[in-house]
Structure formats: C-alpha cells, structure tokens
Write a protein that binds this ligand. Structure first.
Ligand code: CUA
Length: 367
C-alpha cells in the first residue's frame, strides 16, 4: 500500500486516542485563530477610528477616566483567557495521562532503535526490522531502548510517540482501531540517515495476526531465548532460578519481577525492566540486602536485544504461565516483598539483617 493519497490535512485516525488528540488540536487552532483575527481586526479598526484629525486635542478628554466600565472590561479580559488556558491545560493533561499509562493487560512488544533502523521483538519469538505487525483492537505496549543515540518512535496515525533512549527503557502504548498500513517515523534527529529511519505498522485482524505469528522464527519465545542466554552466560550458576538450585550466594530470581526489593543501604526499589538491566550491567550499583557485591558486570557481553530477552525470561519466572510453569514458588531469599499477592502462602520470608552472608548450604524457607 502506501500509494500516494489525495491531499490530506491530517493523517488517518487509526487508534483510540487519535480523535481526542485531534479534538484538542482543533480547539487550540480555533481559539488561536479567533483571537488572532479579533486582534488584527481591532488593530485596523481602532487605527481608523481614533486616527489623528486636524481638530484632535493633544490629550484625549477622558484619558484618566477610571470608570466602573473599565474595571469590568479588565476583569473580562483576564478571566476569559484564564478559563480558556485552564481548559487547554486540563484537556492536555488528561490526554497525556492516558497516553503515558499503558493498560495492565496490554500486549507487550519490544523495540530497539539503532542508527538507522527499528528492531522489533514479539514475546512469541517473532522478530522484524522496520515493520511492526499487530492485531486490531488490542492494547499494545511498546518497551523501547536504543543501542546508540536518542531516537523517537512515532506513528502519526496513532497520534502517539515517545523518545527511545540509550541506557533505559521507555514505553508507549496504543490501541489500533483500523486495519491498514501506517508510517513509522523516527521523530528525533539521530544522524545522517535519520530521515531514512522509517517503517510500517501493519494492523491486522486477530486471525491474520495469528497466522503471521505462526510464521515467526523457530527460535522459541523471547522468554525461552532469554533462558538460553541465561544459561549460556552462566547466570544460573549463582542465581537460583530453578527449584532445586538453592545456592544462597545470590538473590533468587523466581517471583522477583514487579516486587519491591530491599537494598543493602536501607532503601528499596521496584524490580522492573530498568532495575534488571542495571543489575546485569552495573551490578555494584544496587546491592540486595543480605548479599555481597560479588557479581561481575556483563557490560559488553550482552546486546540490547539480548538484554530484553533476559528481562522477558526473568518476567516469566513470576507467573505460572511462564516457562517455569512446573515450579512451585520458592521462598524468596532476597528479603524483598514479604507480601506478594500471587504467592501469598509460600512467601513468608524474614528480611535478613543487612550484611549477613548466608551460608551456602543453609536450607532456606524451612524455618
Ligand atoms: Cu533515529 Cu532519528
């Protein structure tokens, strides 16, 4: 597709938020146009009406007349613009909040930006470059990072975009409402071929999407690929992530994702994508309470895409639907989150005193 269309003032509205963004935009344009025209008209009209005449006095007769009428006028031209700008503010904030908070059950897709292409990974394992295939009428959440400089993932038809930054994860979400093909642009100048950093979103019916997914890579799901990487890098030698690995030197990763982790310095942090990434690349920066700073950095050993797979693997350890479906939840040894709603019974852990190194052989959770 993408054939030349007849002139269009706006891109197609192809997401649930698009009409709201266009509505606000139209309001801003109309208010601006109204006042621009009003002021231009008054400038001309007053210039004519109050022009210098041969018999005009040097000072107008009522120049210092602070009448009640003038007071009313001042109040009116203060209150009306204040009201209008407050409408713009509230309307804009409401759209911003909607766009920045992905619904909890969103379908997750990972995006890695790189000079000058978009690399996309689906949870089920399919990968694509400069193309994004998604089903219609589903909330789609993109978790994005960059391998080099700042990019920005922009789909005009969805009226949403977000910066894609090196060294951290940003998100963007939308719910496509129309089957079709739409432009992806990079909306942040990122070097010579910035203008060529483009792609296409294919919004498909659920059936077509399932069929497309079925033709995906034979490398397994992202979590499975992450697990392979986890083993290949030797992470499992220390981090107990399976039921029979009760090595106590390093925090257990089962049930970790999404919980709060107590740190050695007394603070705590939510175990999200960024925390996991940081812990792999800069393990010394956040030490879990009760453990020593013994982990080597894996900086330079993992690509950003590999990191996303690892993250997805660690996420999968949290749910019974993940790759650890057969594992019963372990008592968490990190001292994190005594009350995790999903595994209430098994999570009875007392946080260890900071600095206490557990004996490797001590059977945990049997107290
Ligand atoms: Cu990437 Cu501009």
């Amino acid at each position: 597709m993408m054939e030349a269309k007849s002139f269009q003032l706006f891109p197609e509205q192809a997401s649930t938020i698009a009409a709201h963004v266009d509505g606000l935009y139209a309001f801003l344009v109309l208010v601006s146009a109204f006042f621009s025209l009003l002021i231009a008209f008054l400038v001309v009209w007053f210039a004519v009406k109050y022009r210098q005449r041969p018999d005009s006095p040097a000072v107008p007769a009522h120049a210092d007349d602070h009448s009640a009428g003038a007071m009313v006028l001042e109040i009116v031209w203060t209150v009306i613009p204040l009201g209008l700008s407050m409408i713009m503010f509230a309307w804009g904030v409401s759209i911003y909040f909607t766009e920045s908070r992905p619904p909890a059950d969103s379908m997750e897709i990972y995006v890695t930006g790189k000079q000058w292409m978009w690399k996309i990974q689906h949870m089920e394992g399919a990968r694509e470059i400069n193309e994004l295939h998604i089903p219609i009428d589903r909330d789609i959440k993109l978790t994005m990072t960059s391998e080099d400089v700042i990019h920005d993932f922009y789909v005009p038809a969805f009226r949403t975009k977000a910066d894609v930054l090196p060294g951290r994860y940003t998100t963007e979400w939308f719910k496509p409402t129309k089957v079709g093909e739409y432009h992806i642009f990079c909306a942040e100048y990122c070097g010579t071929k910035h203008s060529g950093m483009i792609g296409t979103v294919y919004v498909m019916s659920q059936n077509d999407y399932n069929e497309w997914l079925a033709h995906g890579s034979g490398e397994g799901s992202m979590a499975e690929q992450g697990q392979a990487l986890f083993n290949q890098l030797g992470c499992g030698n220390c981090h107990p992530s399976v039921i029979n690995n009760q090595n106590g030197r390093c925090p257990n990763l089962v049930g970790l994702f999404g919980t709060r982790v107590e740190l050695k310095d007394g603070t705590n942090v939510r175990a999200d994508e960024s925390y996991i990434r940081e812990s792999v690349l800069y393990p010394e920066s956040k030490i879990v309470a009760g453990y020593d700073n013994i982990m080597p950095t894996f900086k330079g050993l993992i690509s950003e895409e590999g990191m996303l797979k690892l993250v997805e693997y660690i996420k999968s350890l949290r749910t019974k639907n993940g790759t650890m479906s057969t594992a019963t939840p372990l008592p968490v040894q990190t001292g994190a989150t005594p009350q995790t709603p999903t595994k209430a019974g098994a999570m009875k852990t007392a946080a260890r005193p900071a600095g206490a190194v557990p004996a490797p052989a001590a059977p945990q959770g049997t107290r």
